[in-house]
Ligand binder design. Structure first.
Ligand code: CDP
Length: 319
């Protein structure tokens, strides 16, 4: 059983519902969480020793040209050529250059968001980050709609858009991309060899349909740098998940960071079942032994940071 209260013996619920609060369900529980500015700044400085989010968030036009050969980060023996389309979509300057936000929301994809009523709260943040083109339209009450940056692992094209098998799926992806309207689409294109065609399809769609988005393709060093940062802090992850990557990047440009939809467990704190994703039927087994991710380990680290006031995790309902 996960108990997220700062100190389960004495304090009331901090996020979600603790044992304490369940005894007094009709009494509103005051939130004990407060932001630790000093710690946040310390983390920002420490992360900066490993990576610079402003730079590592994307490879820039100046550093590559069409035809250049890139070795995949996780499949070193496989290579790709920088296509004309990819080159065309590389930003000239970092989409985060000089950016600072008072508060940022990072929205993970756990089913814990369902019935959370967190939509309004999420949308009220200055900068909202979402993962893997997760749908928002049908879930606005719980997840909001504001999107300033959204990630897209190439595998999403297969899993959520049937590898664009026919016009219906192409149209569905087009709609989703159009709805991003000006925000940043962050595509890890240089990580694993499997995504080559999928990245190319998306690049082609964006250009052909003049979709109004700012594309970003993370640097080759980002993943190792993020991993290095966490390993140094004794968090022994194999490969950082998208959510952890986003938190690590956000420390650079967000004063206060609020996490929603982070809950890599099949049951909530009251033992009710929780879907792996709020929007599809993917099962927990999907990220088990075979997966290089270590989500529960990451969660433990994030929870500790919550308790110290460096970030705020919401795993229950919003007010
Ligand atoms: O790209 P990845 O497969 O890691 O992510 P996802 O399944 O699209 O979910 C986005 C992020 O939300 C993950 O990277 C995790 O950080 C977080 N998440 C979670 O904490 N618990 C879940 N049940 C699912 C996702």
């Amino acid at each position: 059983r996960m108990d997220l209260s700062i100190n389960s013996s004495s304090s009331p619920a901090v996020v979600g519902r603790s044992n304490e609060s369940m005894k007094h369900q009709d009494r509103p529980v005051p939130s004990q969480w407060s932001h630790n500015q000093t710690l946040s700044l310390k983390i920002r400085k420490h992360v900066l020793k490993f990576l610079d989010a402003e730079k590592d968030i994307s490879v820039l036009k100046g550093t590559l040209k069409p035809g250049d050969i890139i070795h995949y980060v996780f499949d070193r023996d496989s290579t790709m050529n920088v296509s004309q389309n990819l080159y065309a979509l590389l930003p000239r300057t970092s989409p985060l250059k000089g950016k600072h936000f008072r508060t940022c929301a990072i929205v993970g994809n756990s089913g814990i968001l369902l019935n959370s009523g967190c939509g309004k709260e999420i949308d009220a943040h200055s900068f909202v980050i979402r993962c893997n083109l997760a749908p928002v339209q049908e879930y606005t009450q719980d997840v909001g709609t504001k999107t300033d940056l959204v990630t897209m692992n190439p595998s999403v094209i297969q899993r959520a858009f049937e590898d664009l098998a026919n016009d219906t799926w192409r149209e569905k992806l087009l709609q989703r991309l159009h709805s991003l309207n000006g925000s940043i689409l962050w595509i890890p294109a240089f990580m694993a060899k499997g995504g080559k065609e999928r990245v190319e399809w998306v690049n082609e769609l964006i250009l052909k349909h003049h979709i109004n988005i700012r594309t970003a393709y993370p640097s080759l060093r980002l993943l190792h740098a993020v991993r290095g940062y966490w390993l140094t802090n004794k968090v022994y992850i194999k490969r950082p998940t998208t959510g952890l990557l986003m938190y690590t990047l956000a420390t650079r440009f967000c004063n206060r960071i609020y996490l929603y939809g982070f809950w890599p467990f099949p049951r909530d704190q009251d033992q009710n079942p929780v879907k792996y994703h709020y929007y599809d039927s993917l099962k927990y087994g999907y990220m088990s032994q075979a997966s290089p991710h270590t989500m529960p380990l990451e969660f433990k680290a994030l929870k500790a940071l919550h308790q110290q006031g460096a970030l705020k995790l919401t795993v229950g309902q919003c007010d």
